[in-house]
Design a protein around this ligand. Structure first.
Ligand code: AR6
Length: 189
């Protein structure tokens, strides 16, 4: 079962949580997928989402790419949630970590902001997001934790009347949870 580890309530009524568990079980309006630009959901959390949500997710993803081309960092794709509890899957494309050779930090920030904007446009009140880029894409976990937490905080501070009221960062493995909770302390405590 997914459990809340920490929560920050902003004065605007919006809230941010770190949750331990499986994002495919999240009963929220939208979950974020850590996708690649071709939306080929073959591994990691993408595979788990696609498998649990049924074939509709890959079919709708393929249709999106046929219509719009490869997905950019700042403008995620979205599909239905298929048979998942979540209504939508927002397919965010994080950066592949290549050791500072590209604009990876900005690209991760863009992927997070783009996901929150897409959720808002879809009139979602609740969103759950994994640790984008920190698995197969190799982004350092502590740097990703700082960017993901601060980007969500900034989004709420800059969009105080957003449709979106709650963001949950859902983390699967213990090393990632430990890193995010440490970064959380430096940001909020
Ligand atoms: N719930 C929550 N988090 C999960 C789950 C789950 N069920 N399963 C894994 N994670 P990754 P990336 C965590 O590799 O680095 C795919 O092939 C995992 O422990 O899924 O952005 C895509 O199609 C890690 O902390 O995403 C892309 O090609 C985090 O999710 C590529 O991988 C992200 O790991 C994207 O790589």
């Amino acid at each position: 079962m997914n459990s809340i580890r920490v929560e920050k309530k902003f004065t605007t009524g919006q809230s941010l949580q770190i949750v331990q568990g499986d994002i495919t079980a999240e009963e929220v309006d939208a979950i974020v997928n850590a996708a690649n630009k071709h939306l080929a959901h073959g591994g990691g959390v993408a595979w788990a989402i696609s498998k649990k949500g049924g074939p509709k997710i890959q079919e709708e993803s393929d249709a999106w790419v046929r219509k719009h081309g490869p997905v950019s960092h700042a403008h995620p794709a979205w599909t239905s949630g298929g048979t998942l509890p979540a209504k939508y899957v927002i397919h965010a494309v994080g950066p592949v970590w290549i050791n500072g050779r590209d604009d990876e930090e900005q690209n991760l920030q863009d992927a997070v902001t783009g996901s929150l904007q897409a959720a808002d446009e879809l009139k979602c009140k609740t969103i759950s997001m994994p640790a984008i880029s920190t698995g197969i894409f190799g982004f350092p976990k502590d740097l990703a934790a700082t960017i993901i937490i601060k980007t969500i905080q900034n989004y709420f501070e800059q969009n105080t009347s957003s449709n979106l009221k709650q963001a949950r960062i859902v983390l699967f493995d213990q090393p990632t949870i430990d890193v995010f909770l440490n970064v959380w302390k430096t940001v909020f405590e």
